[in-house]
Write a protein that binds this ligand. Structure first.
Ligand code: BTN
Length: 326
């Protein structure tokens, strides 16, 4: 991918400027034939590159390490950044290569061929139209506090996305725009015997995904930022903003055990709190009023059948409206 990624980097850094094949070839110190050949291959793989005669430009900016680094203001989160053209899953890659990855390192991919969602679901990440990111953490976090990382990540996404839209959170891990899902979080752990080898925080964001590329069964539930006309997204700015907010929350969480800075955002932006929903697990479906998110990150609900208030900590369940997703 490196030469093709060099082309993507040059076009992204120049965006929205239109370049010529001559410009590109001289900038990359390559022959025009080589540039034309690689651009054609990228177009065949559905990257949004437009060409007209000698001119070439992107329909929208693509992921690019130099473009992220230009905007990155963190101490250790997002350092270093790996960007791959295509992986089965950035989370699987991070877990398989955990020994060689350092605390804070991130893995990005333009495309995933076997992206994983929560509850064993698939996650679709078409080439160049979405962000697939996995962040590696190697700090010692007590096992019972790991679920809080999903809430910390969700709040970081809300803050990062507020440059474009007022997004909401559907506990535990869905990011919602206009009542449809635009992003999700999947936190995975890797153990060596009984000791924690590392934590992988996976996030998938539908930035420029076309409605027709969303699987049919998800059409009513999922969308992308572009489909919702929330303005043009620069994925590099979004990644840099996300990493900065994540680091701020994470340092306070590790150092002083502060959870309120991010849990308060999860409560304020919750689509569930104050409403009634069906809580569905493998065995049963129960109606509940959603009260709040408690300091452990659990969802506090009052079940209608027993009138008892309980804290849901398991994320092995679905939450649905009467006939709706949100
Ligand atoms: C969900 O909402 O169900 C979670 C979706 C998480 C998707 C991301 S994309 C990057 C990372 N790699 C994966 O295979 N999954 C996560």
């Amino acid at each position: 991918m490196t030469f093709k990624q060099d082309i993507i980097d040059a076009l992204t850094l120049a965006y929205p400027q239109i370049l010529t094949f001559e410009n590109l070839a001289s900038e990359l110190m390559a022959s025009q034939e080589r540039v034309v050949q690689s651009v054609t291959e990228l177009q065949e793989q559905n990257y949004p590159i437009s060409t007209q005669g000698r001119d070439i430009h992107l329909a929208y900016p693509l992921l690019s390490v130099p473009a992220i680094l230009k905007q990155l203001e963190t101490d250790f989160i997002g350092k270093p950044v790996q960007l791959h053209a295509r992986l089965d899953s950035t989370n699987s890659y991070a877990k398989e290569n955990l020994t060689d990855l350092i605390n804070g390192e991130i893995i990005l991919a333009h495309e995933q061929t076997a992206g994983k969602g929560r509850l064993g679901r698939n996650w679709t990440s078409p080439a160049g139209a979405s962000i697939s990111l996995s962040l590696v953490l190697k700090s010692d976090i007590p096992f019972e506090r790991i679920p809080l990382l999903t809430q910390l990540t969700a709040a970081s996404l809300v803050k990062a996305l507020d440059a474009w839209a007022d997004v909401k959170i559907k506990w535990p891990n869905d990011i919602i725009l206009n009542n449809k899902k635009i992003a999700g979080v999947l936190v995975e752990t890797e153990f060596s015997g009984r000791s924690l080898k590392g934590i992988v925080i996976g996030i998938g964001i539908n930035t420029n995904v076309d409605q027709m590329d969303i699987p049919e069964d998800l059409q009513s539930k999922a969308t992308s930022i572009r489909e919702e006309k929330a303005g043009e997204i620069d994925p590099n700015k979004l990644v840099a903003r996300f990493l900065k907010h994540f680091e701020n929350f994470y340092v306070a969480f590790l150092g002083s055990q502060h959870t309120e800075p991010f849990l308060s955002i999860c409560r304020e932006q919750s689509v569930l709190i104050g409403k009634d929903y069906w809580i569905i697990d493998k065995e049963q479906k129960r109606k509940a009023s959603i009260r709040t998110i408690d300091p452990t990150g659990g969802l506090v609900v009052t079940y209608h059948d027993t009138n008892k208030t309980e804290v849901i900590t398991s994320t092995d369940l679905s939450i649905r409206g009467e006939h709706t997703y949100v």
